[in-house]
Design a protein around this ligand. Structure first.
Ligand code: NAD
Ligand code: DAU
Length: 339
């Protein structure tokens, strides 16, 4: 492994992964291929922009010609695919871009990997492909029951990955990550939205009864899990990647307010998300058997994350004061006015 193509590497987890890999592996070259949608941001990669082993390439994973060109030009031997439309609420507004990028784009990457004898392609997937589980933990062999257009698009992508491994013996691995939080996360997701709203003394729009459960994973732990599977996973392998930190949304919201030093009356219960999954929970013992474990407790990681947003408003304020406003109004305007 030497020349790694990181598709979607200008987004939240992808950019953290690029920094993590450049730091850990002095022999690797990291090529970020990203369309720079609203969620892609070169500021996420500012700390490595002068690194000679990093290169940014603007492009769409759906663009077959360009993907092939990039793999040829840079002698790519490994692909890690983060590129996706990633927000459930946006997929409920319109699923078109999700089908294109998450399914069609993954298909293009699989064909390109096959045509160029790429030695491994890693698909970054999600625990949402399983749907919701009220008791117990999902294991890798459990069936797919996706409930949102986003989750269905990620499940579709994964089925193609499986088929290319079975049919063409393409060397594939998949990680199914749980809810991830940390620096450089676009402020549409609950953690950065609630942290930055709290900093700005704005309401925190909590959906429904707030008793939905998510399994929280710090982004550095997500990156180290991908690293372990990329290097040690078996071809065709699928690995759950969960932090083991199940919390209700209310619990997370109260912790954020406590760490930010803000009052609980900022919490504003609003209409629920349609088709809202009640609980996600993963059994990550297969990945742990390869030597992976989270580095810090959830409490430490969340407190660090609140501090990061307090200290880095240069990063999130222009987003929230700019293009994000229109989406926020569309998603939350009526909900907050009627709460
Ligand atoms: P993100 O929305 O922050 O970033 C997505 C990136 O993909 C952006 O840089 C965007 O510009 C790029 N992109 C979108 N469409 C593209 C296209 N057609 N061609 C090239 N680039 C394109 O997402 P994220 O939260 O960093 O998630 C990364 C991956 O991890 C996704 O595949 C997501 O499904 C998965 N995942 C996310 C979480 C989470 O909690 N955030 C958890 C598990 C799995
Ligand atoms: O589980 C992994 C998935 O986690 C990833 O695959 C997705 O890319 C990622 O977006 C995330 O999906 P969720 O829907 O779980 O994340 P989100 O941050 O949107 O919501 C987390 C929980 O918080 C969910 O129960 C809905 C609730 N919520 C969310 C928002 C944005 C609120 O109560 N209010 C909000 O404003």
């Amino acid at each position: 492994m030497k020349n790694i193509l990181v598709t979607g590497g200008a987004g939240f987890i992808g950019s953290n992964f690029v920094c993590y890999m450049l730091d850990k592996y002095p022999d690797y070259n990291l090529y970020v291929y990203d369309k720079l949608t609203y969620a892609g941001n070169l500021d996420n990669l500012r700390s490595v922009q002068d690194n000679e082993r990093y290169k940014f390439l603007l492009g769409d994973i759906v663009d077959r010609e360009m993907v092939n060109q990039v793999i040829d030009d840079n002698q790519i031997d490994t692909i890690v695919n983060f590129a996706a439309e990633s927000h459930v609420d946006r997929s409920i507004l319109s699923a078109d871009a999700f089908i294109q990028t998450d399914i069609v784009g993954t298909h293009v990457l699989l064909d390109a990997a096959r045509d160029h004898n790429v030695s491994r392609i890693h698909q970054v997937s999600t625990d949402e492909v399983y749907g919701s589980i009220l008791e117990g933990l999902f294991k890798e062999g459990d069936p797919f029951e996706p409930n949102s257009p986003y989750a269905a698009s990620k499940a579709g992508a994964e089925l193609l990955v499986r088929a290319y491994n079975e049919t063409y013996d393409l060397n594939t691995v998949v990680t199914r990550g749980s809810n991830t939080f940390g620096p450089y996360q676009y402020p549409e997701k609950i953690a950065p939205l609630f942290i930055t709203n709290a900093i700005e003394n704005k309401a925190l729009p909590l959906y429904g009864d707030g008793l939905q459960v998510r399994d929280w994973l710090h982004v550095t732990d997500h990156c180290s899990g991908i690293d372990v599977v990329l290097h040690k996973g078996v071809s065709g392998g699928v690995y759950n990647l969960g932090g083991g930190n199940e919390r209700t949304n209310i619990e997370v919201t109260e912790m954020i307010l406590q760490y930010a030093g803000k009052p609980l009356d900022l919490i504003a219960p609003v209409n629920d998300r349609p088709g809202h999954d009640r609980r996600y929970a993963l059994d990550s013992s297969l990945l742990m058997s390869l030597g992976w474990k989270p580095a810090k407790t959830f409490e430490e990681s969340l407190e660090d994350t609140v501090k990061w947003y307090q200290n880095n408003d240069w990063w999130w304020k222009p987003i929230k004061d700019g293009e994000f406003k229109e989406y926020y109004e569309q998603q939350y305007g009526d909900r907050l006015n009627s709460s």
